[in-house]
Design a protein around this ligand. Structure first.
Ligand code: HEM
Length: 315
């Protein structure tokens, strides 16, 4: 009697432990499958049943008939799995496997008794098809962003225009360090008149509504140096479709702009000192400047639309 009285609390404790373990597996959101040492499936938790139902059409047996089956029915070359699963020292083992067009991530662990005896494998697993696709999409987006970032000046703002980050190209183009601009407002790159204009306020409001803006912009770099950029300001949306930041991609076009301004200046200088007349490819007069009309004694209206030959001898 005293022996039984001693055992009772231990058996009770074991029962409680088992009940707890079962309840954990039954309520776990993780998929759990157990097999015995002969690799016969002994248990699917409810989460496993639910997930297996979603891929039932890809399985060799119906989900309700899995308990009691050998794991071999699922494996192309069962000897491979048997070798791996026969020795608990090779566990845990992790693998991503293909079942039809789905990808499953599984972790096989050894279930050991109190005395260290190998009782069989336990598989925790999930369908990771979408997760892997998303990871691939993210990796694509990251490498595209990195490629863009190598060739473009990139700067990130909060939706009110506060600078959060900028890349090397941006810092080189403006002559600032990141510390000098982080936390400042985008307005620091604008002339004071623009900064305080209603258009400028509207510019940020439009971005805040999710509409992107692109074009050529005149900006002010460090020390008041004038720069020209070809830029797009892109509102970035969170998962709920709400704008949470603005990313600007820009190319420094100051050199082209200055060259173009230089050409325009040169052309107008030529026009001031020379007689200039323009023709169609056939020789019809399109326009002429004051120097030309003064030299030939015609008004522009008298020659426009005529042919160049009007200035030549008939012969
Ligand atoms: C307790 C149950 C199970 C155990 C212990 C187990 C174990 C394993 C192991 C160790 C691998 C080898 C991974 C590698 O090569 O790295 C594997 C592969 C694989 N398992 Fe299982 N598995 C079990 C149940 C299932 C079930 C229910 C399915 C069906 C959805 C399944 C389908 C597969 C497939 C398709 C492979 C890929 C290689 C092959 O076809 O042989 N397994 N499994």
């Amino acid at each position: 009697m005293p022996a039984v009285a001693k055992k009772a609390p231990a058996a009770q404790a074991l029962r409680t432990e088992l009940t707890l373990a079962k309840a954990m597996a039954e309520n776990s959101p993780i998929n759990i499958i157990l097999a015995d040492r002969d690799l016969r499936i002994t248990y699917l938790n409810p989460s496993s049943v639910r997930t297996l139902k979603t891929i039932e059409h890809l399985l060799p047996v119906k989900v309700d008939q899995i308990v009691g089956q050998s794991v071999d029915v699922f494996h192309k070359n069962p000897q491979h799995q048997r070798r791996l699963l026969s020795d608990p020292k090779s566990l845990p083992h992790r693998a991503v496997i293909a079942v039809g067009n789905e990808k499953l991530d599984l972790l096989v662990s050894a279930l050991l008794s109190d005395t260290g005896e190998y009782l069989g494998p336990m598989v925790t697993w999930e369908v990771v098809t979408k997760k892997l696709e998303l990871e691939q999409t993210n990796a694509d987006a990251t490498s595209m962003f990195n490629a863009l970032s190598r060739s473009q000046a990139v700067i990130e703002f909060t939706i009110d225009g506060t600078i959060v980050n900028a890349n090397e190209n941006f810092l080189n183009a403006t002559g600032y360090t990141l510390e000098e601009i982080r936390g400042q407002h985008h307005g620091m790159f604008c002339e004071p008149a623009l900064r305080s204009s209603p258009e400028y306020k509207q510019f940020w409001q439009t971005l805040g509504r999710g509409e992107y803006q692109a074009g050529e912009f005149k900006r002010v770099a460090k020390g008041g140096r004038e720069i020209w950029i070809h830029a797009s300001y892109n509102p970035i949306l969170d998962l709920n479709g709400k704008v949470y930041k603005v990313v600007k991609y820009a190319s420094d076009i100051t050199a082209q702009k200055l060259k173009a301004a230089d050409y325009a200046g040169q052309i107008s200088a030529i026009g001031k000192s020379q007689a200039v007349i323009e023709f169609t490819p056939e020789g019809t007069i399109l326009s002429a400047n004051d120097n030309f009309t003064a030299a030939v004694g015609y008004k522009l209206d008298e020659i426009r639309g005529q042919h160049h030959s009007m200035f030549c001898e008939p012969a």
